[in-house]
Design a protein around this ligand. Structure first.
Ligand code: SF4
Ligand code: SF4
Length: 383
């Protein structure tokens, strides 16, 4: 089976194993097949040696969180994310992954009014205990603040789909911080909702490309595009690779994680009070993919002392839809993160955890950890 992986990229792995300690699924299971090296060996067997893409192969690929913690650890620069995306795309095309119900659920993400209505129904279902806890959802809001309205044209503030439906208060806080540093923002036009981050993880490449074109059309011009969800920011920054056009590359170059943007103007933040120390949790798509996690410390440091975790940025197990699709492994991976949070003094909620990604926040909140977005904390300190 042709996995459509670039053979040059597939050849870069020298099987040294330095990535293994940074892989959450290997750490949780100890199985070589569930490590980056094991997965690359399986990809080579299928693509180059004609081995069958059997159920075991599908399981090895499906169990990957796509955290890309293996990438910065790799001395050969193996682009593991691209290998996995190509593999999943080939498997999805053959109907081996991403079942119909997952595809139907993802389709809703591109229809924002439907998503808002469905989210309210889901929130009501949670109150009536009709939503299975194995879905791992944190408590969704029954009511949400009014949708953001633009204040000017300095930047585009990307509002997304799930982020806007479930965590709109983070957008309100982000708007407050932008106001605090004297920056005006516009919100995306029609079609600028879903960025396709979950779709690309599921191997739904054609749908991701369609969404990417819509998002690009919704934020024309040259203004920077500021994103407050690490997963969405990583997806938008990858549009150049995804679509391969000059237009997409120029668009991707305008994208900044909000902490990157605010950190460059951090001296303009004038908090009215200092907050209690905050534990910072690095979303994988900020630390391993965008590699902009230090900016969170610059920004948070203006309003509170930052407490570091001691797990070297190991994934928390959220992985977009991963926690719902692979709940057992996601739970095992989360246990390590919870232990690290406990060592940092956040086990009983005595210290707040700051996370810049909705998936991580909800995955940790689902087991009672108090998590807030860094923008919410900064906005609170601004008063
Ligand atoms: S992306 Fe994450 S889970 Fe997948 S192989 Fe790399 S480190 Fe392991
Ligand atoms: S992916 Fe990189 S670190 Fe991991 S085994 Fe291959 S060359 Fe070594």
């Amino acid at each position: 089976m042709d996995l459509t992986i670039d053979p040059d990229e597939l050849a870069t792995c020298v099987s040294c194993g330095l990535c293994l300690p940074h892989c959450p699924t290997f750490r949780a299971t100890g199985e070589e097949a569930l490590s980056p090296r094991g997965r690359i060996a399986a990809m080579r067997s299928v693509q180059l040696d004609g081995a069958p893409a059997d159920d075991s192969f599908v399981e090895f690929m499906s169990s990957c969180v796509q955290c890309r913690g293996c990438e910065p650890a790799c001395p050969s620069g193996v682009p593991f994310g691209h290998l996995m995306e190509a593999t999943r795309s080939a498997l999805a095309t053959q109907g081996r992954i991403a079942p119909w119900w997952q595809r139907a659920g993802f389709r809703v993400l591109a229809h924002h009014r439907l998503l808002l209505a469905g989210s309210t129904v889901l929130a009501a279902g949670q109150r009536l205990r009709l939503v299975p806890s194995r879905l791992g959802l944190s408590r969704l809001p029954l009511r949400r603040p009014k949708a953001l309205r633009g204040t000017g044209t300095d930047v585009w503030l990307f509002t997304g789909c799930v982020m806007d439906a479930w965590l709109r208060d983070v957008h309100v806080a982000t708007a407050r911080v932008l106001q605090g540093i004297g920056v005006t923002y516009a919100v995306p036009g029609a079609g600028g909702g879903c960025c396709g981050a979950l779709h690309v993880h599921a191997g739904l490449t054609a749908e991701t490309e369609r969404l990417a074109r819509n998002v690009m059309a919704s934020m024309p011009g040259d203004a920077p595009i500021v994103v407050n969800s690490a997963g969405c920011g990583a997806a938008l920054k990858d549009y150049g690779h995804l679509l391969g056009t000059d237009e997409a590359k120029a668009f991707a170059a305008r994208v900044l994680d909000v902490h990157e943007f605010v950190a460059r103007r951090a001296d303009r933040l004038t908090p009215v009070r200092r907050l209690a120390p905050v534990i910072v949790q690095d979303p994988c798509h900020l630390r391993h993919v965008q590699r902009t996690h230090l900016a969170v410390r610059t920004v948070l440091g203006r309003v509170a002392d930052v407490v570091e975790l001691d797990d070297d940025g190991l994934c928390c197990g959220a992985g977009g839809a991963y926690s719902a699709l692979e709940p057992e492994l996601a739970g095992q991976i989360r246990e390590r993160k919870l232990a690290s949070i406990a060592r940092a003094g956040g086990a009983e909620g005595e210290r707040v955890v700051a996370s810049a990604n909705p998936g991580c926040a909800m995955h940790l909140q689902a087991v009672g950890v108090e998590v807030r977005h860094p923008m919410q904390l900064v906005a609170e300190a601004l008063g």
